[in-house]
Design a protein around this ligand. Structure first.
Ligand code: ADP
Ligand code: MG
Length: 241
């Protein structure tokens, strides 16, 4: 299967995420770590961006700050016109629930909920009525080719199956942005290929913006732009198309 990156260049470039002077310093004194060092960047609507770089270069820190999961030491993050670095925790939680989906390396599914319950949870948190939430969850599981396992609990599923459920869950609220931290990190090649294909399809069908932290060069290849990180800075931006 060949995988090409989607073409964002023909679309009008609308800035969806704007980062200015973003720094994160952990600890103090001798144990001080500059994890992120005055980063500036823009991500466009409908773009797939890969964040590549060695372990410890600040990729996860950057992703967590972009998604408002952590507070920066300096700088601002504006997502879809809203400055998330100024929001309260409650405002951020609401904003995330409505506009963002998350896919992590270790899936983060809730083990005591079935596959379908995991997928409908974000909808219920958004106050979608249960019957509607269930219908949408089933539709997404079907799209991810995992509907036959809807009543299974995460520990009963393979890695690839869990990741498909996690993606269905990330998509449930039809978010504008999906953040993914090493989405193929725990998968074999075949499942990794499927996930990449899915990301491309979703990006093309819904114009979902993807920001993907990865070690995997083949994942980076599906991105419109690759931001290469080194020691807390964006060392290079590579445009794929
Ligand atoms: P990456 O995801 O690229 O591997 P991280 O963003 O996780 O890198 O980490 C960047 C740097 O910040 C590393 O030196 C790491 O040890 C440090 N770091 C990350 N999280 C914390 C934390 N909670 N407390 C202290 N240092 C941290
Ligand atoms: Mg990381």
């Amino acid at each position: 299967m060949s995988i090409e990156s989607s073409d964002v260049s023909s679309k009008t470039k609308e800035v969806l995420i704007k980062v200015e002077n973003l720094s994160k310093i952990y600890g103090t004194g001798n144990s001080k770590v500059v994890a992120l060092d005055s980063v500036n960047l823009e991500i466009y609507k409908g773009e797939i961006v890969a964040i590549l770089g060695p372990s410890g270069s600040g990729k996860t820190t950057l992703l967590n700050l972009l998604a408002g999961l952590d507070l920066p030491t300096t700088g601002t993050v504006v997502v879809d016109g809203r400055e998330i670095t100024k929001m309260t925790e409650e405002e951020k939680a609401k904003f995330r629930a409505k506009e963002m989906g998350f896919i992590f390396q270790f899936f983060n599914l809730i083990p005591v909920l079935t596959a379908v319950e995991n997928v409908e949870l974000p909808l219920l948190l958004n106050k979608v009525p249960i019957s509607q939430a269930r219908a949408r969850a089933l539709e997404l599981l079907e799209k991810m080719n995992i509907l036959h396992r809807k009543d299974a609990y995460p520990p009963q599923l393979s890695g690839g199956e869990q990741q498909r459920v996690a993606i269905a869950r990330a998509l449930s609220t039809n978010p504008k942005i999906i953040w993914a931290d090493e989405p193929t990190g725990a998968l074999d090649i075949k499942n990794g290929e499927q996930i990449k294909r899915l990301i491309i399809d979703l990006n093309q069908e819904f114009e979902t913006t993807f920001v993907i932290v990865t070690h995997d060069q083949s994942v980076a290849q599906i991105a419109n732009r690759i931001m290469r990180m080194e020691s807390g800075k964006i060392a290079e931006i590579i445009i794929n198309n």
